[in-house]
Each structure stands twice: as C-alpha cells, then as structure tokens.
Write a protein that binds this ligand. Structure first.
Ligand code: MOS
Length: 741
C-alpha cells in the first residue's frame, strides 16, 4: 500500500485511505458526534404499536412530570409541516417526510411522540410513561404472495427503467414451443440495510437557518426534503455530512431522525440530537421488500436460449413510490429471441420500502441465475458453458450493442482461477457433509449521473476540493484525492478534499454505485480547468519562467508544470498573481448506449445432512468495471459486496408479524448478518481497463457489483451438493432439512 506522503499517489495506485488515521483515532466526526453549543438536548422516539389506523388518545402528562424532560412533541404542539408526500412531483428523496403532523398511523413503529430531555436517560425513561390508545383500520400488513388480484403496474422502476419490457413476439407461444422449459417461482425475504452507523441527526435553529448534521448519502435532495417538510426555503437549510458510516440505500433520503430533530430544534429554539436506535431503524429507515418472482426460460436442445421471462411482485409502501427492478437484470444478461420482463407491486401499509444495495440484481439474480442453472441441468451441459454460449453482446430489448461487454471474460477468468474444470460429480460426500460447487453470472447497470466540483490551488501549493459528495465508507475522500493528484501532479499529502456540505457544489451523492465515477469526473474536469488557467498564466505572465515556452505538450508532475525542458513550480505560478487560483466544473454525461458492470461468482460449500447447515469453503469473484481507480478500496468494495450477498442468501430475513405489520427481529441477535465465521477466504479478480464511454475517468460502478449473483452461485452449489433445489431465500437450515426430507 501507498500512503499520502508517497510521491506517486495518482489514479490506479493502492493509496491507503487518507482518512484512516482520523477514523481509527475517533477524530472523524459522524453525525451524532457533533459537539455544538449550546449542548444539544437528546430525544427519544415513542413508536406506534399499531400498524394502521389512528391514535385516539395520547397521554403524556406523567412523562412530562419526569425530571430532566424538556418537552414532549406530539401533533398538538409540533411546528407546522407540509403533508407527507407533497409536493407530488418531488419524488421520494425530496418530498415532505412529515411526522407528528396528525393522528394517522401509516405503519407499525411510526413515531407518535418525541420525548426531548436534558439527557438520553431522562428522555428514555420518560418515554416509557407515554400512553396511547389506538383505533385500528383495515390495512395490508403482510408479505406478498404472488396471488394478489390487485397488483399494480408502477409508473417506473428505480433508476427510471420501464416496468415492462417485452420483445420478440408472444412469450407464451415462444416459450411453449421450446424443447426444454423451466418454469419456477422463487421467493426472497424482506431485508434491512443495517448500516454500521445508525441514522442520526443533530439539528439547530438560529436566525431562521436550520443547520443539520445528519447521516445521509445524498445531500442536495435532503435539503429539498427538509425544506418541503418544514415549509422553509432551501436557502434556510444547511446540511453537513462529512462522514457517513454506511448507507446501502437506506440513507439515500432523510428519515425520522432528521425530521424529528429539526422539528424539535425549531420548537425549542435549542439544538436537539436524535439517534435512531437499532430497533428504531428497522421501522423508521427503509427496508427491502420481500419478493415473489417467476422465471420461465425456454431453450433448444442444442443449448440456445430462446425465451426468457422474469416477472416479479413486490410490496410498495403506500405513499412512498419505489419499485425494485427485480426482473430488469434479464434484459441485459443473456441473448434470447423473446423476452418478457414484468414488474408489479402491491400497496402495503408498512414502513418505507426503498433501494437496498444493488436494487434489482441483489434478489433478481437469485432467481434468474438459479433458473439458468436448471436449464443447464436439464440439458446436461456445464452451467459455465451454457452461459458462455448465450452471451448477450446486444441488449435484447433494444438491439443496441453494449459498451465494453465483458461478461465472457469474467466467466472464463473466474472459472480458471477457481479451477471449475475440476468440478466434482454431483452429491459428493465427506462423512455427513455433501460437497457442492456452484457458479453464477452478474450484470449491474452503470448509471451515469451529474456532479459539480470546485478546486482551489493556494500559493503554498496545496489544493482544496469542495463538493457536496459523501463518503459512506467506500473511500471517496481517497479516490478524489487521487484524481487531483493525477490531474495536477500534486502528491496526496498536498490535497485536501472537503465533502458533505450543502454549501458546496452539488453532486448526485453516493448511491447506485454511481458516486466515484460522477464525483471523480467532476473533480477531474475542475482540475482540468485549473490546469488550463495555470498553463495560460505560465505562458503569458511576464514573470513566469515558462513565458513563451515552446509549443510542446505540458506535463503536470511533482508539483510543477513542465514544458519542453523548462519547468515552473505550481505554487510559484499561483503566487505570480494573487493568493490562489480556483476553478469549478460540471460533469453532465449523455445517456449513451446501455452500460453495465460485469461479474462471475464461483463457490464451494458443504451442506450438513443432519443440521441442514450450509458452510462456504471458498469463493472466487471475477469482475470487470472499467478503470480501477484504487485497487485497495475497490477490492474492499467487492469483498463487502460478496459478504453482503452471502448474508442475503443464507441468513438475513426480516421476520414479520402479519397481524400487526411489525418486524419481530429488530436487532442483530434476531436479524442474522453474515459474520466472520460465515465467510470463507474470498478471492477477488479485477479485470477490465479504462472505458472511454464510461464517464471522464473511464471507470464504472463497483459498489454493488460484488453482491450481484453470489447468492445464485450458492443456491446452485447447494443443488450440486444435495440434488435438491431450494427456491425460497434465505437458505436457512430448517428449509434445507425440509427440502432434504
Ligand atoms: Mo445504494 S441502494 O444507495 O447502496
């Protein structure tokens, strides 16, 4: 690894995280760590124990008498707010997120009061004394079954994709004519993002300005959301999110902590801190809905895929428009003549359902890649070769050629590294363990988004970059430092990146794996403008050592500008005229041909026939995502994705009480994440090279890629081990035992 004082810290270098020291020393201030004066009050959320209906009586008298209680916010004394969901065209990240506005209960766990205390203990203790009486109304409080008669077609899918894409004629006919037909239903459980840093906010209100320290992935839309909710002008809202401890989609928008802390700060004219507890955020931060998925694949005997159909039914939280593109992966994965991909939603009275890491592919590939494996089995061919024989090259729906299609290479190089050709026969035994090998492919759309950035070079040679981008633990500070280092030839130690402030130039933030390409490209362009200015000054200023330099290619390196055999120190060029030079630029990509990142997963596991336990032995992931900006942070992202996918396939499951619409396992004792003991040695291959069509930097999205497909590989390995197909995820021991009979 390279550290910031190294002379070579540009793109592609394994630069150690520039914020590592601050983080391990506790000097990186997360939202709840903000020390401000006056000392914030601390608030505790009182949650509804009803799923749908209204509060008919709320008794806070006893709680209010408790020592240390400052105020209890209820709909009776909470500042005015715009109704939840308005304005209608704002979208879920920018719309009003009103709470405590009236007596309506939309979901189990919704805040019905906020106890503000001088200390956490005072607020928490008093909250136990709040009494509520409810009146229930009918609601849909359970999981989707796939049998619903009132499914709806969503307006659009996440990322703006079409809900239905069907091409190549009548699907039923094409599928019905196929010699080999696979037609199965798969189910996946609701999941929670479970970021390490819980959702938290410290808000203060002064001279008509609301200052909010919060844990958020996208700053600009959070400003809009708070302004809409609180009926303020956006200029009255300032957001700071310099460090964010994970988001995984659940912090794309603001949630209860930000709204409640802001309301209380305004009501009390005093700073207020609201930290959602782990239990709170299962209901008051979004989750991934459960899914019902039907996959139909028709093939010819020679192994050619003819018809690919993928349809899904998922819940949509009433009033919160989000539809997961669960079946959209089939639009890019494999070649076929007839494609049918359909998304339907069922409105439910449940906590917000939103993007969670790799929305679509994370759960869609569990079904699609299992079904492909079944086709291979029916044909009696190696599942690797079935995939290699059916690579898409062109988008089946549009006929357009993919940019830098690289799935074949991922499959081949991953297989080589894993030793796939030595795959044992099915149902191999080692004592009471079955041994299985499985594989799966993955694609993930590469989203191109806008971003702006500002860069300043001071006369001491230091560069400062400012943009409202966030670093949610992925390494954004480090990557952006490398962009400056590369473009201006300045070592990382001379670069300061400042993020997460709504006063800085706007970006699309962190999400959908678009962050580093978008923000990085904006910083690249801003540095390019600054370089042009430096060059112009160097050539024309009367005191410049490069005045009238020959017309040769300029080179920025080692803190200097070189032209021909001559050079000038950048700091000196700045000092020629004033104290600093600044430039700002916007990255505004065209939506060109469809782009994806690619990957392939190979796993070996065992299944215990007496306990039903699945244990991974090893896994190889081979990925192609354009230019590798930093091999250390990139590898971390891929490892994290693979671990996330292991949890999603084997252990994670939101357990719902369908009578009340309540999640029952609202902590990490009941909600099982994959832990160190569940994860074997993971081997990551990073393939691919810079792609000119993929943003300025030539990089594609990577954050979510590692997760896509590994669960399918696990399910396929379980079948290889046991001969049994499990189609309901996660693959918990009880389900394995039931399937083994
Ligand atoms: Mo992304 S769903 O914001 O991890």
């Amino acid at each position: 690894m390279t550290d910031a004082t190294s002379p070579r810290t540009g793109l592609g270098r394994p630069l150690r995280r520039v914020d590592a020291f601050r983080k391990v020393c506790g000097q990186a201030p997360y939202a709840a760590d903000q020390q401000i004066t006056p000392k914030p009050y601390v608030a505790w959320i009182v949650e509804s124990s009803l799923g749908k209906g209204r509060v008919v009586e709320l008794d806070v008298a006893a709680a209010e008498r408790e020592p240390g209680v400052v105020r209890i916010l209820t709909p009776a004394n909470t500042p005015a707010q715009r109704p939840f969901g308005e304005p209608e065209d704002a979208g879920r990240f920018a719309m009003s997120h009103a709470l405590l506005r009236d007596d309506t209960i939309r979901y189990h766990g919704q805040p019905i009061a906020l106890v503000v205390g001088e200390t956490l203990e005072a607020a928490r203790g008093a909250a136990l004394l709040v009494r509520a009486r409810y009146e229930a109304t009918d609601g849909r409080l359970h999981e989707v079954t796939g049998d619903e008669t009132d499914t709806e077609k969503p307006d659009e899918l996440d990322g703006g994709q079409e809900p239905d894409v069907c091409t190549g004629g009548d699907f039923d006919t094409a599928f019905g004519d196929c010699e080999v037909q696979v037609d199965n239903v798969y189910r996946t459980a609701g999941l929670i993002s479970a970021a390490m840093e819980p959702h938290a906010t410290v808000a203060s209100w002064q001279d008509g300005t609301l200052t909010v320290h919060t844990s958020i992935q996208i700053v600009a839309s959070a400003v809009q959301a708070l302004a809409h909710t609180l009926q303020l002008e956006p200029e009255q809202v300032r957001i700071h999110a310099p460090f964010v401890g994970g988001g995984f989609g659940s912090k794309l928008g603001i949630h209860a902590d930000a709204v409640l802390a802001s309301l209380a700060a305004i009501a009390l004219d005093h700073p207020v801190r609201v930290v959602q507890t782990r239990r709170n955020l299962f209901a008051n931060a979004p989750h991934r809905g459960s899914s019902w998925q039907r996959v139909r694949i028709g093939a010819e005997r020679n192994g050619r895929l003819v018809a690919v159909g993928h349809e899904s039914v998922m819940p949509m939280s009433r009033g919160y428009e989000f539809a997961e593109p669960c079946a959209a992966g089939a639009r890019a994965a494999y070649r076929c003549d007839t494609l049918r991909t359909i998304h339907r939603v069922v409105k439910v009275d449940m906590p917000a359902i939103d993007s969670m890491r790799a929305p679509g592919e994370a759960i869609g590939t569990l079904a699609l890649e299992s079904a492909i494996d079944e086709v291979a089995e029916r044909l009696g061919v190696d599942p690797l070769y079935l995939r290699l024989d059916n690579l898409a090259e062109r988008e089946p729906a549009s006929g357009k050629r993919f940019v830098a299609y690289d799935l074949g290479r991922c499959l081949e190089e991953g297989a080589e590294r894993f030793g796939w050709s030595r795959r044992p026969a099915p149902r191999e035994r080692e004592g009471r363990l079955w041994v299985g090998w499985g594989m799966a492919a993955c694609t993930r759309p590469n989203l191109l988004t806008d971003a702006s950035a500002r860069v300043r070079l001071d006369r001491d040679g230091r560069a400062t970059v400012e943009l409202d981008m966030t670093d949610i633990g992925t390494g954004t500070y480090t990557i952006l430092t490398q962009v400056v280092s590369e473009r201006l030839g300045i070592p990382a130690a001379q670069v300061e990146v400042r993020l997460g402030d709504s006063a800085f130039p706007k970006t699309s933030g962190s999400g959908g794996s678009f962050g580093s390409s978008a923000a990085g490209s904006a910083v690249w362009l801003a540095c390019g403008k600054l370089a042009d200015r430096l060059l112009e000054r160097a050539r024309s200023h009367s005191d410049s050592p490069l005045r009238n330099a020959p017309d040769r290619r300029p080179e920025f390196a080692d803190g200097s500008l070189r032209i021909g055999g001559r050079s000038a120190v950048l700091a000196d060029l700045v000092a020629l005229d004033g104290s600093s030079l600044e430039a700002e630029a916007e990255h505004d990509p065209d939506s060109g041909p469809p782009q994806y990142s690619y990957g392939a997963h190979f796993v070996e596991l065992t299944v215990d026939d007496s306990s039903g336990e699945i244990r991974l032995r090893r896994a190889v992931g081979a990925f192609s995502f354009g230019r590798v900006l930093n091999p250390v942070t990139a590898r971390s992202q891929l490892l994290g994705g693979m671990i996330y996918g292991i949890g999603g396939a084997l252990t994670e499951h939101l357990a719902l009480d369908p009578r009340h619409g309540a999640f029952m396992n609202r902590d990490f004792a009941g909600y099982h994440l994959a832990t160190q003991r569940d994860v074997p040695d993971l081997d990551v291959l990073m393939l691919g090279e810079p792609i000119p069509e993929a943003a300025e930097l030539g990089s594609k999205g990577i954050g979510e890629l590692g997760l896509c497909g590994i669960g399918g590989a696990i399910a396929n390995a379980v079948h290889h081990a046991t001969g049994v197909r499990l189609r309901e995820f996660p693959l918990t021991p009880d389900r394995v035992l039931a399937a083994l009979g």
